[in-house]
Ligand binder design. Structure first.
Ligand code: AMP
Length: 417
């Protein structure tokens, strides 16, 4: 494994990395940094948590530093991200890694006042980290000049397409100079992303980092079949169970998130909802309250949860199964981070059988059923494949089930198949 010293990063970046206590580059950093420093385009297939932010921002910062000229700062690098949280996190990382370089960056996204953003842009910045909507808006009004852009990064491109940003992205790209370095990152590579990559990237290096198996392996996944009307009671029971310290509960809708957070609060669990309808400031405050321990439960929708970087989440509950099966993996990945163990419990009511099938197809395994709760609803159990029937063998997937960390219940869990 290469060291950071062998990666040809300039000394001020090395110093900033050392101050962060990064000892060795993560695999994506080791593979991406050298070709990116040579100016190559890149297609990176990796998820949050792999160290991908440093993988792309270190070379971008180095390039900006080396090619800096005197005079007014002009936007020379643009990083687009699908969500505000992720954009804010990326900019924070850029500031951290670039703290010994005299570069300026700003964040551009909606949900907050545009005034400070416009003020920064007018003063001049080297790097903009942005969500497409507000960026396009300010671009259209003449506050953003892209004619000097040398590096263009699209992060979480699959999520961008899911969220319908493709037209905005195309409009932005039309304003970019022809000669530039392009980086595209995506957790998944469906055909739509490969097509987009073919249009944007020139002779790219391709770096693929499989999600860290051992981490997902440390997550104790279970499915609980339950009637829709009992879900709230079940979640209250589970949150009161042993070992449940800090949890995220995923709901499908924003209203559902609000309602559930209120209900949990009333039941004695300090909870806060976070979703796309809330202003950026409210979301940041909520997240900070969760990180600082003011709230034990974060109730979130998928969009708002992307990029939440909290290490010690003991439990992830999926109050509703996701519409997009890929989200299941992102959701459960919020626990079991940094080598810790975690529990991911997903509810499935009668109307969600199809979603469960899709999830299991994506993850390539059958999630063990947990009947160990008061609200088990046999009618919600899909009949195919011997799933969770009374006669199925116990033990469900077997390994590492820790009774004292289960979040409620006393009886047995059943394996399926
Ligand atoms: P990311 O995938 O960019 O969201 O990064 C995930 C986490 O890993 C962040 O908290 C980073 O601070 C951390 N990180 C990134 N690179 C390294 C490294 N080489 N060594 C240790 N931690 C790292």
């Amino acid at each position: 494994m290469k060291t950071f010293k062998e990666l040809d990063l300039i000394e001020p970046l090395q110093r900033a990395i050392a101050a962060e206590n990064y000892r060795t580059p993560t695999p994506i950093q080791a593979q991406s940094i050298p070709p990116l420093l040579e100016g190559r385009d890149m297609l990176g297939c990796a998820q949050t948590g792999t160290g991908k932010t440093a993988a792309f921002s270190l070379p971008v910062l180095q390039h900006l530093h080396k090619t800096k000229t005197g005079g007014k700062r002009q936007i020379r690098a643009v990083i687009l991200s699908p969500t505000r949280e992720l954009a804010a996190q990326i900019q924070r990382s850029c500031e951290t890694y670039g703290r010994h370089l005299s570069l300026k960056s700003t964040l551009v996204f909606g949900g907050v006042s545009e005034k400070p953003q416009i003020r920064d842009l007018k003063k001049g910045v080297d790097l903009v980290v942005a969500c497409p909507g507000r960026f396009l808006d300010l671009m259209g009004r003449g506050f953003i000049d892209l004619s000097k852009v040398e590096c263009f990064v699209l992060d979480e491109a699959d999520r961008m397409l899911d969220m319908g940003f493709i037209h905005d992205i195309r409009k932005i790209m039309k304003q970019l100079p022809k000669r530039r370095q392009n980086l595209l990152f995506s957790a998944t590579l469906p055909k739509s992303i490969v097509d987009l990559a073919n249009q944007i990237l020139h002779n790219p290096v391709r770096v693929e980092i499989a999600p860290e198996e051992p981490t997902v392996d440390k997550i104790d996944q279970r499915i609980m079949f339950v009637e829709k009307r009992d879900k709230k009671r079940l979640i209250v029971d589970l949150l009161g169970g042993p070992g449940v310290a800090r949890s995220i509960v995923f709901t499908r809708t924003k209203h559902g998130a609000n309602r559930l957070a209120k209900r949990l609060g009333k039941a004695g669990f300090p909870a806060i909802a976070i979703h796309g309808n809330k202003s950026q400031n409210t979301r940041q405050r909520a997240l900070k309250g969760f990180k600082d321990g003011k709230y034990d439960v974060l109730v979130a929708t998928d969009v708002a949860s992307r990029g939440i970087d909290v290490d010690d989440i003991t439990h992830v509950f999926q109050f509703d199964l996701p519409d997009d099966p890929e989200s299941y993996v992102h959701r459960i990945g919020r626990t079991g981070r940094a080598g810790r163990e975690g529990v991911a419990i997903s509810f499935c009511d009668e109307s969600e059988a199809k979603k469960l099938r899709k999830v299991e197809r994506v993850i390539g395994q059958s999630i063990p059923t947990d009947e160990d709760h008061e609200y088990h609803h046999q009618a919600a159990v899909p009949s195919r494949g011997g799933r969770g029937g009374r006669n199925s063998r116990g033990g469900g997937g077997g390994k590492k089930r820790r009774r004292n960390n289960r979040g409620g219940g006393r009886k047995r869990r059943r394996g399926r198949r």
